[in-house]
Write a protein that binds this ligand. Structure first.
Ligand code: PMP
Length: 393
């Protein structure tokens, strides 16, 4: 039977990583995969996570199963971190393997509740959103978001496209640090979006994979908290991969705000069922580390400090790259790099220019010209600025 399997096209990022590994040149710059790197190019185990891990090792007495929805202390820690909310909202929650698990089960939940739901998504969006929707056979509808000319947001285009929303459609948003563009909505933009969603009776679903890597936890969560205050139903897919550095441990959660206790019970039942059907119990080790960090005031403070250091490094690299480009090009046309937030910026190179950057300068990025700012070493900044101008940007 296996010969009847369809051929899968290789994942763009993984292909890029292979190409990079095979590159014999002594100096290459990897701006491809979305992983944080410190000044020495390492992706560290965060200090507080390491301490929690040592504590867990010495105190853990069992590896028996947790609950199907995941550990309740982890779920309430996630809820407090993301929503920080005293409203007594009706929240259903499950732990999931990473943010991808939460996105996948969030789509599954939508499909169970409203089989004809269409999922409106920013154009562009994280490629895996689209491939999961295609895999599930759900209709994906792009709406205008990124304005290539200003490298900011096309508000008018976005609102025109969202006028097509129907009741029960889902609007998939990035909580902060938009992947791949780096362009985030401001408070006015979020409010306009909320009005468009509520006018149609649509449901917002927020992918939150970079909380704390933009302007700080509360600033990064402000948009989604405004959505939760204004919309009766909200799905939130949380990832702890980047902000806790827990990538391979697969830590995430799906939080669902329901309008009342009955809908909360139905959502919780469906979400727990989805966990059971997919893998029974979600992974617990990494979730417990995140929970221990969040619930211990000293560890939590240290985690927030280290997260602020990571954010500060990204901001400094953005500033340095924009300054180098300003000096070399004698113009401010690259200042958008400092307006973007999070690990990524889309720099507007054509596929041919992306190839040229790789072949002539050893600089690797995805085909859509997304660069991972956190992949830059300080010494790479002048090289990248020179190369960008050299290929005609
Ligand atoms: N959503 C977005 C937009 C992402 O960029 C990522 C990470 N690449 C995720 C979700 C999920 O990441 P993970 O499954 O590793 O937690």
């Amino acid at each position: 039977m296996l010969e009847y399997l369809p051929e899968q096209s290789p994942d763009g990022i993984l292909q890029l990583m292979q190409q990079l590994r095979a590159d014999p040149r002594p100096h290459t710059v990897d701006l491809g995969v979305g992983v944080y790197r410190d000044a020495s190019g390492n992706t560290p185990v965060m200090r507080a996570v390491r301490q929690a891990q040592e504590r867990l090792n010495s105190t853990e007495t069992t590896k028996t199963y947790t609950a199907l929805e995941g550990d309740s202390a982890f779920l309430s820690a996630m809820q407090t971190l993301v929503l920080d909310d005293e409203r007594g909202a009706h929240i259903a929650a499950i732990a999931t393997p990473g943010g991808t698990g939460a996105v996948r089960l969030g789509f599954d939940l939508v499909r169970m509740a409203w089989p004809d739901a269409r999922v409106f998504h920013t154009d562009p969006t994280w490629a895996n959103h689209l491939s999961i929707l295609a895999y599930l056979g759900m209709e994906a509808v792009p709406f205008r978001y990124f304005d290539a000319a200003s490298h900011g947001i096309d508000m008018d285009g976005m609102l025109q496209d969202l006028a097509q929303l129907r009741e029960g459609d889902v609007v998939l948003l990035h909580g902060c640090c938009h992947n791949p563009t780096g362009a985030d909505l401001n408070a006015t933009g979020w409010q306009a979006l909320i009005r468009a969603i509520n006018a149609a009776g649509a449901v917002p679903m927020i992918d939150l994979a970079y909380l704390g890597l933009g302007d700080g936890i509360d600033a990064d969560a402000a948009g989604l908290r405004a959505v939760c205050a204004a919309c009766p139903e909200v799905l939130i897919a949380v990832s702890c991969s980047k902000n806790f550095g827990l990538y391979r441990e697969r830590v995430g959660a799906l939080l669902v705000q329901a309008p009342d206790a009955r809908a909360q019970r139905l959502a919780q039942g469906a979400m727990t069922h989805l966990n059971r059907q997919t893998y029974s119990f979600p992974p617990d080790h990494g979730a417990r580390l995140a929970q221990m960090v969040l619930d211990d005031p000293a560890l939590c403070r240290d985690w927030q400090d280290e997260l602020a250091e990571m954010r500060g490094q990204i901001t400094a690299l953005r500033g340095a790259l924009a300054a180098a480009l300003r000096a070399r090009s004698n113009s401010d046309r690259f200042d958008f790099i400092t307006a973007h937030r999070g690990m990524f910026s889309m720099i507007g190179a054509s596929p041919a220019q992306v190839t040229q950057l790789r072949e002539d300068h050893g600089i690797y990025m995805t085909r859509d010209a997304r660069i991972n700012i956190a992949g830059l070493g300080v010494d790479d900044v002048p090289h990248l600025a020179r190369a960008m101008l050299d290929v005609g940007l």
